[in-house]
Structure formats: structure tokens, C-alpha cells
Design a protein around this ligand. Structure first.
Ligand SMILES: Nc1ncnc2c1ncn2[C@@H]1O[C@H](COP(=O)(O)OP(=O)(O)OP(=O)(O)O)[C@@H](O)[C@H]1O
Ligand SMILES: [Mg+2]
Length: 325
């Protein structure tokens, strides 16, 4: 008999999340050059019901990626520009009179994929309204709870250059985001190839060709798959040790929270599935650690003066904790 491991994988072995990944990358790359890591992060978040913060300078395809991702998934997509005058009710909705009756008019938060653009330009009250919706999965108006649609994914963007008139999100609120992606500049090759893509004036033409490549049930199936991902005591202990290590590093004033530990473990499970495995290995934890932890660490002022980045601190924590093998 031949070696069973030599057989081509059946769809069941390949897995829902891995199949989704292949299809989404093929579809989104019709319009967006590169940004694969950001796309994987969006998929991981969608698969576990988390939310993503995209940080990057203007013009790096943050909006284009978010809208293309939603289109390829066949999900409803809305965008809210977080201007200084945006009110909580502009986001959540409000009660209005219709035919002499008070009815609830839902705001843009009632969608599957919400792009919260420039989240740090709006005052704390409106930020809090969004973060509450993210946390609760519902919006309460006048004592009535209105559940948000499922799936519900917030993609918030912010510019790393903090200028006057911005309201940096407090650490407590940053902790609610599963992942923070640093959206960087494309490579030289990528930058050249995005120039030769089809375009109508300034608009990319490819968006019309982007079609839905995902079934309505696929997202829920991916969630079930991630939940069923095995985790050994050794890997759980490794996650715990890594999180606790972030709290004792000299450069860190406030380390990662217990919520961060849960997020790290769940993201590692999804990452394992992305790579076609049904169990988590320490490498999965290490792979997602920067994205899951970078926005949750408060560095000491001296560390910032030394230009130590949160990513470097995460790397130090990883280096300090023995990896179970
Ligand atoms: N990686 C890329 N692939 C394809 N097109 C790109 C890419 N990066 C930038 N572009 C082009 O730049 C335009 C601007 O991108 P987009 O509006 O998504 O940027 P952004 O990051 O949301 O910027 P801002 O922070 O100003 O909102 C796109 O419509 C596209 O034409
Ligand atoms: Mg944008």
C-alpha cells in the first residue's frame, strides 16, 4: 500500500479557511497589489469575530483593500468617515418620526463590514460608541437593544503621524482590536506593477471584475473550524508565558492583558488553519504575536526615546521565552 500522506489533500483536509484564503487572494489581487499580510489579518479577524486596526500613511490602499475584501466575500460594506464632528448617533442610528410614530433608523454601523476611516480624528464619545458596538455586537437606543448583523467586522484605519486635532485611542480601547496591521509602502516591483493596472481616470477599473467568491455559509463554517482547532497544554502554557513576559520587560510600562492572551490564542488557531493545520504549534503563536500584541503594550518614555518599537519589544518577549518543541 502506498503512503497515505502522499495522497493529494481532499477539500476536508485542506479546510474551509485555507480554501477561502486561496480564493480571496486570487480575487483581491485583481485590484490590490501586494498587502497580503493585511488581507490574511482581515480573514483571521473575520473567522473569529474580531476587529482590525489598519495603520498606514495615506494612499497605501487601505480603503481599496477593505472594500475589495468585502466585495469578494459578498458582504455588505459601509464606510464612515470619522471626522471631528461625527456624533455617536451618526454611527449607531437614532429614533425618528415617521407617520407620527417613533421608529429606529439604523446608522452605518448596521452592516457586515464597516470601514471606520481615520478613527483617531473623532472625539472619544463617538469612538466609544463604535467600540461598544464592537464589544457588544449590538446597539442600545433608549433602552432597546438592536443586534448588529452577523458577521460583523470593523476595519478601522488611522494615520501613524499624529497631528494636531487627533484623539489617540486609549489603550483600553486599543485592546479591543484583535489585530493591528502596519500597512507599509509597496516594494519597488509592486509599485511599478500597480501603475500598469487598468484604470478609469484615477479609479481602479478592476473593482468591477471583483465578484463574490465565498458562499454565505463559508464564514460560519470557518468559525466552526477555528473553534475545533486543537491546542495542547504546552502551547497554552507557552501563550501564557509569552503574555506574562511582556509584563516584566524593562521597556514596558503596561504589558499585555488577559484579554490579549485570549486574542493571541484564538488568532494562532485561525493562523494554524490558514496554513492547513488542525492543531496549533508554537510557530503559529510567534507568527501572529506582533499583530496581536503591538497595540497593547505601553512602553516607558525611556524606551520610546531609544526608538524601541512595540514590535521590537514583542520580539524581545519571544526571544526570552523558551519554545516548547
Ligand atoms: N497596493 C496597491 N494596489 C493597487 N492600487 C493601489 C495600491 N496602493 C495604492 N493604490 C492606488 O492608490 C489609490 C488610493 O488608495 P486608497 O484610497 O485605498 O488609500 P488609503 O490607504 O485608503 O488612503 P487614505 O489614508 O488617504 O484614505 C487606489 O485607488 C489605487 O489606485
Ligand atoms: Mg482611505
Amino acid at each position: 500500500m502506498s503512503d497515505p500522506t502522499a495522497q493529494p489533500p481532499t477539500p476536508a483536509e485542506t479546510g474551509v479557511l485555507r480554501t477561502l484564503r486561496t480564493r480571496l487572494h486570487a480575487e483581491v489581487s485583481k485590484v490590490v497589489v501586494g498587502q497580503e499580510e493585511a488581507l490574511d489579518s482581515l480573514l483571521v479577524s473575520l473567522a473569529v469575530g474580531g476587529h482590525v486596526l489598519l495603520e498606514g500613511v495615506p494612499g497605501t490602499a487601505k480603503t481599496l483593500l477593505a472594500s475589495t475584501f468585502a466585495k469578494a466575500l459578498g458582504l455588505e460594506f459601509r464606510r464612515a468617515q470619522f471626522t471631528p464632528d461625527l456624533l455617536p448617533s451618526d454611527l449607531t442610528g437614532n429614533m425618528t418620526l415617521r407617520d407620527r410614530e417613533l421608529v429606529f433608523r439604523p446608522g452605518p454601523v448596521f452592516t457586515n463590514v464597516l470601514l471606520a476611516d481615520e478613527i483617531n480624528r473623532t472625539p472619544p464619545k463617538t469612538q466609544a460608541a463604535l467600540l461598544e458596538a464592537m464589544q457588544e455586537g449590538q446597539v442600545s437606543i433608549d433602552g432597546t437593544a438592536h443586534p448588529l448583523p452577523q458577521p460583523f467586522l470593523v476595519i478601522a484605519t488611522q494615520n501613524p503621524i499624529e497631528y494636531e486635532g487627533t484623539y489617540p485611542l486609549p489603550e483600553a480601547q486599543l485592546d479591543r482590536f484583535l489585530i493591528k496591521v502596519l500597512v507599509g509602502y509597496p516594494t519597488e516591483d509592486q509599485e511599478r506593477s500597480l501603475l500598469v493596472m487598468g484604470r478609469r481616470g484615477l479609479a481602479p477599473t478592476g473593482t468591477d471584475q471583483v465578484t463574490r467568491v465565498v458562499d454565505g455559509n463559508d464564514v460560519m463554517a470557518a468559525r466552526a473550524e477555528v473553534d475545533a482547532t486543537a491546542i495542547t497544554d504546552e502551547v497554552a502554557a507557552y501563550v501564557t508565558a509569552l503574555i506574562r513576559q511582556t509584563r516584566v520587560l524593562p521597556a514596558v510600562a503596561v504589558g499585555a492583558s488577559p484579554r490579549a492572551a485570549v486574542h493571541l490564542l484564538v488568532a494562532a488557531k485561525a493562523s494554524a488553519r490558514l496554513w492547513g493545520r488542525h492543531f496549533v504549534i508554537p510557530d503559529d503563536v510567534i507568527r501572529v504575536a506582533p499583530a496581536v500584541l503591538r497595540h497593547r503594550l505601553v512602553l516607558r518614555p525611556e524606551a520610546e526615546l531609544d526608538r524601541l518599537t512595540p514590535d521590537a519589544v514583542v520580539a524581545n518577549a519571544v526571544a526570552a521565552v523558551p519554545v516548547p518543541r
